[in-house]
Design a protein around this ligand. Structure first.
Ligand SMILES: Nc1ncnc2c1ncn2[C@@H]1O[C@H](COP(=O)(O)OP(=O)(O)OP(=O)(O)O)[C@@H](O)[C@H]1O
Ligand SMILES: [Mg+2]
Length: 443
């Protein structure tokens, strides 16, 4: 607890009016190892010195001129408010010893000094003093700890009270909560059931939809196949009717005209009948021209006999004559290497596109170009007439008009693609691309 070093560090004040006593005591203490020694011969200074330095021990002479040791002790009591005076009195009067102890001194030494006794008493007093200080420190510490504990205790108490209150509230709510949970659980169970029913309904609807989608895909394929068959059958029929008209009907009409001519020359008929025959001849000639045109429209023989480009030239020529529109055409000659079906498709698309311009566009100019691009033949027909909303017409659910739809069908039938662009102020462009792979000729 208290080490010898603590003892030797203790501050000591020697108070004596006799110089010799002061020196003797100081010397003795230093020899014993004490290092912090002060002295005064003036009793009036003692209180102030102690106030500043708080000595562990004051060796106090009782008989001093002006202010004796008892008065000094009274002054010291005002500084040491806890009543402990670290005073060891020095006296030559045996009667003073008891009085000094009563006045607050802790011990005494007699003059003349017995040095060993003085050192023993100094040592004991310092030990008691230091122990006293240690006890005080521990006590103060205890007070502080106690205050902290008290604090903690009161905080704990508050927390416990709050806890109790909360528990009471919680148990109150728990009942209500249980009720609500039960209610909510039954609601959720009902909703879950509804959801399950909806999910299974949706799943069933989905399956039905998928089946329908699948079926509609098959039907679309069948429809497309059917359309192609119709187009091809139509094409064959047109060809047949066209031949029939050309070779049958036209020949018959020509025969009638020859007969009429013979009738005019050989028979004796009146002027009126002559005129009627002439009129009928002109009618028959007109019919021949009409039937020719009709046969050409149906299926121009030139398409089969001479090829696509001459057939288009012939068609353009007759259209330009009828419609008073300027038509320019440029074409890649290699297009004739396309198969019959592909060339027929190009002819029909051109025929429909040109007819559309004539019927709807009020154009003054048409440009037609057939060219070779990478892996395909491209045909473009552009006019400078009125524009129209392509998307609206092409994607109409129940198209009343079949021209554009038919064009698309025909083009897709031979693996090609069709695009139509129509822009205000610029006119319309119909573009067809049909696959065309030039076969390499073996060397
Ligand atoms: N070059 C064009 N310029 C302006 N409008 C056009 C042109 N081509 C088509 N159209 C518009 O698109 C519509 C649909 O054309 P589509 O060829 O399908 O039918 P249609 O020519 O009216 O009748 P049809 O079934 O006899 O061909 C036309 O009615 C017309 O309004
Ligand atoms: Mg049309």
């Amino acid at each position: 607890m208290i080490s010898p070093a603590d003892m030797l560090q203790a501050r000591i004040l020697i108070v004596d009016d006799q110089e010799a006593n002061v020196s003797l005591l100081e010397q003795m203490l230093r020899n014993a190892g004490y290092v912090s020694i002060a002295s005064t011969r003036n009793p009036y200074e003692v209180c102030e010195l102690h106030r500043m330095n708080r000595y562990g021990l004051i060796l106090l002479d009782l008989e001093m001129p002006g202010m004796d040791g008892f008065q000094v002790m009274e002054g010291l009591k005002e500084i040491e408010t806890d009543g402990y005076l670290p005073v060891l009195v020095i006296t030559a009067q045996p009667g003073h010893k008891l009085r000094a102890l009563k006045a607050g001194a802790k011990d005494f030494v007699s003059k003349p000094f017995d040095l060993a006794e003085v050192l023993l008493r100094v040592h004991n007093m310092l030990e008691v003093r230091l122990l006293h200080l240690e006890i005080k420190r521990l006590f103060d510490q205890l007070v502080v700890d106690d205050a902290l504990l008290q604090n903690e205790f009161s905080e704990r108490k508050q927390i416990e009270e709050a806890l109790h209150r909360t528990q009471a509230q919680l148990s109150l709510h728990a009942g209500q909560l249980e009720e609500q949970v039960a209610e909510r659980t039954s609601e959720l169970a009902a909703t879950n059931k509804e959801l399950e029913a909806s999910v299974s309904f949706i799943r069933k609807a989905n399956e039905e939809n998928q089946a329908l989608f699948f079926e509609s895909n098959i039907m679309r394929g069948q429809l497309s196949q059917l359309t192609r068959q119709i187009i091809m059958a139509q094409e064959d029929l047109r060809k047949e009717i066209s031949h029939e008209l050309h070779d049958g009907v036209v020949q018959t009409l020509i025969g009638i005209n020859i007969e009429l001519s013979a009738l005019r020359k050989g028979a004796v008929v009146d002027v009126h009948t002559m005129k009627k025959i002439g009129y009928t001849q002109r009618l028959v000639e007109k019919s021949v021209i009409e039937v020719h045109r009709f046969a050409r429209e149906l299926r121009p023989a030139v398409l089969d006999d001479l090829g696509l480009i001459p057939a288009l030239h012939a068609y353009i020529k007759s259209l330009a004559e009828r419609e008073k529109v300027k038509i320019q055409m440029t074409a890649f000659g290699g297009v004739e290497a396309l198969g019959d079906d592909e060339r027929t498709v190009l002819f029909r698309v051109a025929q429909e596109a040109l007819t559309n311009v004539a019927r709807h566009a009020r154009a003054t100019e048409i440009k037609m170009n057939i060219s070779k691009i990478s892996g395909a033949i491209r045909m473009e027909i552009s006019d400078n007439g009125r524009s129209f909303l392509v998307e609206k017409i092409v994607s109409a659910k129940n198209p009343k008009r079949l021209g554009l739809v038919g064009m698309k069908e025909r083009v897709e039938m031979v693996g090609g693609s069709l695009t139509i662009e129509s822009e205000r102020g610029k006119g319309t462009t119909v573009r067809v691309e049909i696959p065309f792979i030039v076969k390499e000729i073996p060397v």
